[in-house]
Design a protein around this ligand. Structure first.
Ligand code: AMP
Length: 398
């Protein structure tokens, strides 16, 4: 079975074509700068990348271009797009509607549309991606895999904000959480890796990348997560503030004369470790700057580690314990000193990192705690695309 995974952003369309019989990625790439000018990068294992600079006015054109490459007589990996059995779409927000992936029908599209307010940058692009695939491959099933779905098992005490209850009823203002596909994938994968039943474990998953979030997973079900109504909440991130005192928002708006949209941009695009350091949102640049004596870069790294420690500690308290801590995504998989810095203060609750394994470890499944550590700490590389492809295969095989 061949499954195409599509991840549409506001001006991009990432794709991967999987051969599910052996898990191979046949081709992958990204159509970027959609609506601006247009560039398609097409990659195959062991072959030279194909880069096409051409006008990509909208997502429909992007999907057509991608399918054209996949079935191209010279560089293609399939003879005909009819070989694609189904398409799995990453969709940001399903509000309170779906707690699992679902085959797309008119109702699903209505829900994705109803949630435009909750995911204004992503949901419209996700729907365009779905409709573009429907038009280009009529009759081929599309599956929506939601970033919010895994977190729908949170109890109400975890997802409510201390606002008047009417705003929850009128506007569905509550914590939803994101990166759900990644948290679900690594929390399940770590149990397989350790040979344990998810039902028996309390797991804290730390997805640390450009956007970062944590999830408390008790018996395989998410009970809390650090992102909120939007992906701005939780730990400070590459360019996002993370949690701040909400009163800061009107204070800065008044002092700087900013509109709500300008304030939103400041908190999403100009803050986080980038805003603190003034250097970069990339942890490799921060590490290099800190090593050469840049104190603000060091402060940004220290803040990231400190806030992460606090979230892990609070989730251990919330679950009444923790058996496994998992690090994943760009920073979690690669920046070994961040794993060490986040875990070091947790020694009091039995977390002991083994430097002989952790130091320098990048992008590989491993246990990085000592054999006598009460809590098992692991690195599990995330694979959101594979998780989407697996959900899609399962749903269309029913
Ligand atoms: P992601 O959002 O998961 O793609 O992660 C992006 C972040 O991961 C960036 O801030 C990078 O600094 C970091 N990152 C990615 N690759 C590496 C690497 N090889 N070594 C250190 N950090 C990395």
């Amino acid at each position: 079975m061949k499954i195409l995974v599509i991840n549409c952003g506001s001006s991009s369309c990432k794709f991967q074509l999987f051969n599910m019989d052996n898990g191979d990625v046949l081709a992958k790439g990204n159509a970027e700068r959609i609506g601006i000018d247009g560039k398609l990068t097409y990659k195959r294992e062991g072959k030279e990348d194909v880069v096409i600079e051409t006008a990509i006015p909208d997502h429909q054109v992007a999907v057509t271009l991608i399918l054209g490459q996949l079935a191209d007589p010279e560089v293609g990996v399939i003879a005909d797009v009819k070989e694609i059995d189904a398409i799995g779409h990453r969709v940001l927000h399903a509000g309170m509607h779906y707690s699992e992936s679902i085959v797309v029908n008119e109702d699903v599209k209505r829900v994705v549309r109803e949630c435009f307010d909750l995911g204004p940058l992503h949901n419209p692009a996700n729907l365009i991606g779905i409709e573009a695939c429907e038009a280009a491959m009529p009759g081929t099933p599309n599956v929506a895999v939601f970033d919010t779905a895994f977190h729908q098992t949170m109890p109400q005490k975890a997802f409510m904000y201390g606002l008047p209850y009417e705003y929850y009823e009128k506007y569905q203002i509550r914590r939803y959480g994101f990166h759900g596909t990644s948290h679900r994938y690594v929390s399940k994968r770590v149990c397989e890796f350790l040979g344990k039943d998810p039902k028996d474990l309390k797991v804290i998953t730390c997805h640390l990348g450009n956007g970062s979030s944590f999830a408390a997973v008790d018996g395989g079900k998410c009970v809390d997560t650090s992102m909120g109504l939007t992906p701005l909440a939780g730990i400070l991130m590459g360019t996002r503030t993370g949690d701040i005192d909400p009163a800061i928002v009107p204070i800065i708006q008044k002092k700087e004369g900013l509109t709500p949209d300008e304030m939103d941009t400041l908190m999403n695009k100009k803050s986080g470790v980038m805003g603190i350091s003034g250097v970069s949102s990339d942890f490799r640049d921060l590490e290099a700057a800190a090593k050469s004596g840049n104190e603000k870069a060091q402060l940004a790294l220290d803040m990231f580690a400190y806030q992460g420690t606090k979230i892990i500690g609070s989730y251990a308290a919330a679950m009444g314990g923790v058996d496994v801590i998992v690090f994943t995504a760009g920073v979690g998989e690669n920046t070994w000193f961040m794993r060490e810095d986040m875990c070091k203060p947790l020694e009091f609750m039995g977390v002991k990192i083994d430097p002989s394994v952790n130091t320098g470890l990048r992008g590989k499944e491993a246990i990085i705690s000592t054999p006598d550590s009460k809590v098992t700490v692991c690195v599990i590389p995330t694979n959101e695309e594979l998780a989407i492809a697996l959900d899609t295969m399962e749903l269309v095989s029913k």
